[in-house]
Ligand binder design. Structure first.
Ligand SMILES: Cc1ncc(COP(=O)(O)O)c(C=O)c1O
Length: 472
């Protein structure tokens, strides 16, 4: 592609994205295509000859766009958000334009040093003590896997890296922990059966006494406890595991504490929500996702460690072809995680942090939390609904309950969720809490306003009424 053509389509695409972000509300939030529909419209073999950009863009509109679920839609209340912002998109564009790869300091000193700086800004924003060092990972799943591997190595004096697995190491997390912990435990070689599920209290938070008991029982049985994963803002209900007592237990038994704050970590920048990270100073590692709730487009996961040496000893490799003359005095982020090649993600994060400022980000997070509380309060006015978990951040768990037996309620609420999502105006997802089919509404999109939350309330109540009338 010639420079002038690149410029022409570049301008065109920026215009398209600017309009898209402005008008995303006109699309059904959740794609309505059927499995296989998109694939059937695409050729099964690659184009042998160059094709015109006009044709590619036309096919994007005709074929690809209908299969897009619009995460940036203000009616997005599903899963957790993966929000974005114009500043982030521009940073991402520049990063792609530079096409740089920051595996070692020398392959782009700015990539490494900007990452060090913005990660320290984030550390200060969420109130982690000085001394924690940060690195950007692609996802919280990867960060948690890195933490598990580092914990494994620390517990065994770095023996498993050398000689392979020996003995039984145990990992502890509440039964509400995210599936990335199960996945990490599998990949890191602990074995699924060595992930011990700790019971939770009535607010779905890990019970520290139960954790201590489990560790003591394991020690008696000859197992080696290695790591505890605590969650701040669980996926199902937003529960907060109490870090301080958990940290004290980890300290007592010499266990690695990893904190998964993938979603709720962002809220800790608010003084009124900082309580959620109280005790984080006990953590050996902590992850939260700017790509969830901090206006930075996917992917960008902030991973902090107390002692970077444990991490680098776990991951370091020193082949001749990667050695540089400054290795002794710089950070080479290839040794801070799994991948060698690394995208320049710090750039978009820098754009976001500078263009919004900390106060600007706080304002948006506060608005989301306020809107979730508004949803909660208004829904409670309708006696046919019940709230199933405390609302600490911007996630509300609820269901329709007209008094029928539990199994029938599950069926009813499943129907309700389908009816809500079929409107195309809003998108909610579900979980189960104590066996109850639960609808989750999370406010987290940059452009979600009160009118969208009121529309959600209206849709939910109207669809519930229709279902109850039909006597489903
Ligand atoms: C609590 C928690 N941890 C981890 C993850 C995984 O995040 P990622 O997609 O960045 O791996 C999620 C995803 O929603 C989550 O809710």
């Amino acid at each position: 592609m010639e420079k002038e053509e690149f410029r022409k389509y570049g301008y065109e695409l920026i215009d398209w994205v600017a309009d898209y972000l402005e008008e995303v509300e006109k699309y059904p939030v959740k794609s309505t295509v059927q499995p296989g529909e998109i694939k059937a419209k695409l050729p099964s073999s690659p184009p042998p000859h160059p094709e015109k950009m006009d044709m590619i863009l036309e096919d994007f509109q005709k074929i690809i766009l209908p299969g897009i679920t619009h995460w940036q839609h203000p009616g997005w209340f599903a899963y957790f958000p993966s929000n974005s912002s114009p500043a982030s998109i521009l940073g991402e564009l520049l990063s792609a334009g530079l096409g740089t790869q920051g595996m070692v300091w020398e392959t782009s000193p700015s990539a490494t040093e900007l990452e060090e700086v913005v990660m320290d800004w984030l550390r200060q924003m969420i109130g982690l003590p000085e001394g924690y060092a940060g690195v950007i990972q692609d996802t919280a799943s990867t960060a948690t896997l890195c933490a598990l591997l580092a914990a494994r190595e620390k517990a065994t004096g770095f023996k498993i890296n050398e000689a392979g697995f020996e003995g039984v190491l145990r990992v502890y997390a509440s039964r509400e922990a995210h599936s990335s912990v199960d996945k990490g435990v599998k990949i890191a070689g602990f074995g699924k059966k060595n992930l011990v599920a700790i019971p939770v209290d009535e607010e779905f938070a890990l019970i520290p006494g139960q954790l201590e008991k489990a560790i003591e029982n394991d020690l008696k049985a000859g197992f080696r406890p290695a790591c505890v994963v605590a969650t701040v803002g669980t996926t199902s209900s937003g529960a907060v595991d109490p870090l301080k007592p958990i940290g004290e237990i980890c300290q007592k038994f010499g266990l690695w504490l990893h904190v998964d704050a993938a979603y709720a970590g962002t809220a800790a920048i608010l003084p009124e929500k900082h309580w959620a990270l109280e005790g984080a100073e006990y953590a050996d590692s902590l992850v939260f996702n700017p790509h969830k709730w901090m206006l930075t487009n996917f992917d960008c996961s902030a991973f902090f460690v107390k002692d970077p040496q444990v991490l680098t000893r776990t991951f370091e490799i020193h082949p001749e072809y990667l050695k540089t003359g400054v290795d002794a005095v710089v950070k080479n982020f290839r040794d801070w995680g799994i991948q060698l090649g690394r995208r320049f993600r710090a750039l978009k994060l820098w754009f976001v942090l500078r263009s919004y400022g900390v106060e600007g980000i706080k304002k948006i997070i506060r608005r989301h939390i306020h809107l979730a509380e508004l949803f909660h309060d208004e829904l409670l006015q309708d006696k046919r609904f019940e709230i199933l978990a405390p609302v600490y951040f911007s996630l509300v768990c609820f269901r329709l309950n007209d008094g029928r037996p539990e199994e029938e309620l599950n069926h009813l609420n499943k129907q309700l969720l389908e009816a809500i999502n079929s409107t195309g105006k809003i998108f909610l997802t579900h979980t189960t809490l104590n066996g109850k089919f639960t609808l989750r509404l999370v406010v987290g999109q940059r452009t979600t306003e009160e009118r969208h939350v009121r529309e959600a309330l209206n849709i939910i109540k109207t669809r519930a009424e229709e279902l109850l009338k039909k006597n489903i």
